[in-house]
Every structure is written in C-alpha cells, then in structure tokens.
Ligand binder design. Structure first.
Ligand code: TYM
Length: 335
C-alpha cells in the first residue's frame, strides 16, 4: 500500500539545567515546545553539557538535571509522543560538535553577544567551552535534521550561526544537514525583568524579585508581580517607553491568549493595581498544575530515570545516522 502520509517536520530544542527555569523560559520557549509537540516530531533535551561552561558544583548539576527533566514532563510533554532526553547521554552531540568546530570561523564565534556578555561577567573563567558553546548547540540541532527550533529571542544569533555552519558544511562536503529555522513566538519571546524591564528576565539575576521561578509559591508570585516596576501614567496600554507595563501585558497575553487590544479594553478606566492582580492570577493559574505535577514526578525517580533512558536510546538512533553521514563526508576513515 502506498504511504501517502507526508513526513512530519522535526523540531528540536534544549534548555540548560542551571537552576529552576523562570517564567521567561516557560513563556518564551517551553510553552511553545508543548504546543508544537502535537504537530511535529519533537526532540527536547536538557543541555547539561552546555552548563559545564559555568562550572556548576557537581552535586548541584546532577540534582538540577533531574529536576529539569521532571519539569519538562510536568509542563505536559509526553515521553511517548516526543523524545525527551539528557544531552550528555547521547555522545554523538560532542562528536559532531568537534567536526563542526572545524567548520566554524574564530571570528564568527567571537562575535556572539552571549559569549561577550558572559566573558565580561565572569572574567575569571573565560573557557574554550564558553567560546564554542554555540557550535555544540549547532550539533544538537543538526544531528536530528531539525526543521524548526523553538527558542526565545536571546538565542536568535546562535541559531543564525547554526544555519551558517550547516550551509558551509553542505557547500564544502555536499548536502548533509537540514538548515534549521528558528521558531520565535510573537509574544513572549523576551520576557523582561520585573524590576528592570529593559533587561531580560534571568534566573541568574541576583535580585530574586526580578524573576518568577516556575516553582515559586502562589503568594510569592503575587508579591513579585505586585512589586513589578511600572510607570506613572496609570494607563494599561502597550506603548514605547512603558517597558514595565508592556512586559506585564506580554505575560498576561501569553497566559490568557488575549491580544494587546483586548487587554487594553479589559482594563480601560482601571488602575495598575487591578491589572497586576489579574496578571498575578493568570500566572498562578498557569503554573499551578505544572508545580503539582512536578512534585508528583519528583517522588518517582525510577520513572524519571526510565523515561530519560528510553529518550536517550531513541535520540541516539537518530543521531548516530547523521553523525556517520557527516564522518563519511569529511573523509574520516570508516570501517
Ligand atoms: P537557556 O537554558 O538559557 O534558556 C532556555 C530557553 O528559554 C528562553 N529564554 C527566554 N525566553 C523569553 N524571555 C526570557 N527572559 C528568556 N530567558 C530564556 C531561551 O531563549 C531558550 O529558548 N543555549 C540554550 C540551550 C540550548 C539550545 C540548544 C536551544 C542548547 N542547545 C539547541 C536550542 C537548540 C540556552 O542556554 O537556553
């Protein structure tokens, strides 16, 4: 019988296990992972190798890797439907990264703004891993011939580098890799700090009131949103210069599905107090089921380990195929 089903497109993304992710990670990336998992063949990874670039405490890395894996399941990703795995369990990532390092120019890696920012912030540990970090990211993506990569706006430059590397490899050695497209949501791609809304919300921010952690208690979420920086206009509208309100509108829009216009109408004639209360409620409702599921999953480590093992096996089967193809093309002697 003829197979008329069209091949589904492939999606890959990953997140570093450097602490509990923020509302920014969730709305900018994880929520899209979940939405895409119905329509695409999806692979999602805990990028533990990437985290080594900031030299985490070994026991913390081990703990946070499992926590992040549990969170991926808790947001509703189904390990039967998507391939959910831990990056270091699939050695092909590091192997392909080396080959791709040799297809990346020093100058293009040096231009990465994240490398420059991190080097400035941590002058005591500017390691080579930090420099070639986006090349490992390219390997993560190209190994699975991913068509789409759902990420927040801060990863766009890395995605462009991955595309350039794929193009260059294909030109030099012949067609090998799918050139991936970033998938960046219209709303939520950059969730900003609640205290300083010109900077992105980040879990490494020393001020805990600037970010909402996905596992924050309901009352903590409410408090943080109440103390979010706004402006003196006291009018809920999306406009230049209203960074705090724009950010809260983005968060509210992501959680409720309402457009900016609808939000402006809803809060016409109302003050920021009412608006913040509604945003807080929406965030609390969004995260509550995730937290409950997370705590349930964390009490079943055997199940999590089993899922991670199965995920790595499935991922490796796909990764192996691409790696062997790339090795052959580059002229590495194969048996
Ligand atoms: P990471 O772990 O820093 O962040 C995970 C995802 O969350 C998004 N994000 C945000 N989105 C909106 N607003 C914010 N404030 C915000 N903060 C973070 C990030 O854009 C990202 O999508 N290098 C990657 C991990 C990675 C990867 C990959 C991603 C490794 N290999 C392959 C895609 C494909 C990173 O550090 O993300």
């Amino acid at each position: 019988m003829e197979n008329t089903a069209e091949k589904r497109k492939t999606v890959l993304s990953a997140i570093q296990p450097t602490g509990i992710p923020t509302l920014g990670n969730y709305l900018g990336a994880l929520k899209n992972w979940k939405n895409m998992s119905k329509d695409y063949d999806c692979l999602y990874a805990v990028a533990d190798l990437h985290s080594l670039t900031v030299r985490p405490e070994p026991s913390a890395l081990r703990k946070q890797t499992l926590e992040m894996y549990a969170l991926l399941l808790a947001i509703g990703l189904d390990p039967q439907e998507s391939i959910i795995f831990i990056q270091s369990h699939v050695p092909e990532h590091s192997q392909l990264a080396w080959i791709l390092n040799c297809c990346t120019q020093f100058g293009e890696a040096a231009r990465m703004t994240q490398f420059k920012d991190k080097s400035e912030k941590h002058p005591e540990n500017i390691n080579v891993g930090l420099f070639s970090y986006p090349v490992l990211m390219a390997a993560d993506i190209l190994l699975y011939q991913a068509d789409f990569v759902p990420v927040g706006a801060d990863q766009k430059q890395h995605l462009e580098l991955a595309r350039n590397i794929a193009d260059r490899f294909n030109t030099v050695y012949g067609n090998t890799f799918t050139v991936p497209e970033p998938f960046i949501g219209k709303v939520g791609a950059s969730i900003m700090s609640l205290q300083d809304p010109v900077h992105k919300m980040s879990k490494s921010d020393p001020n805990p009131r600037s970010f909402i952690s996905m596992l924050d208690d309901d009352n903590v979420i409410v408090k943080k949103i109440k103390s979010a920086v706004t402006d003196s206009e006291a009018k809920v509208r999306y406009a230049e210069g209203k960074d705090g309100i724009n950010n809260l509108m983005g968060i509210y829009s992501c959680c409720t599905g309402k457009s900016y216009e609808e939000i402006e109408k809803e809060f016409e004639g109302k003050g920021y107090g009412d608006f913040k209360a509604a945003v807080a409620e929406a965030v609390v409702n969004e995260l509550r089921p995730v937290k409950e599921e997370y705590h349930r999953l964390m009490s079943d480590k055997a199940y999590l380990n089993e899922c991670a093992k199965n995920g790595a096996e499935k991922a490796e089967r796909l990764a192996r195929r691409t790696l062997l193809k790339a090795m052959k093309k580059t002229g590495l002697y194969m048996l």
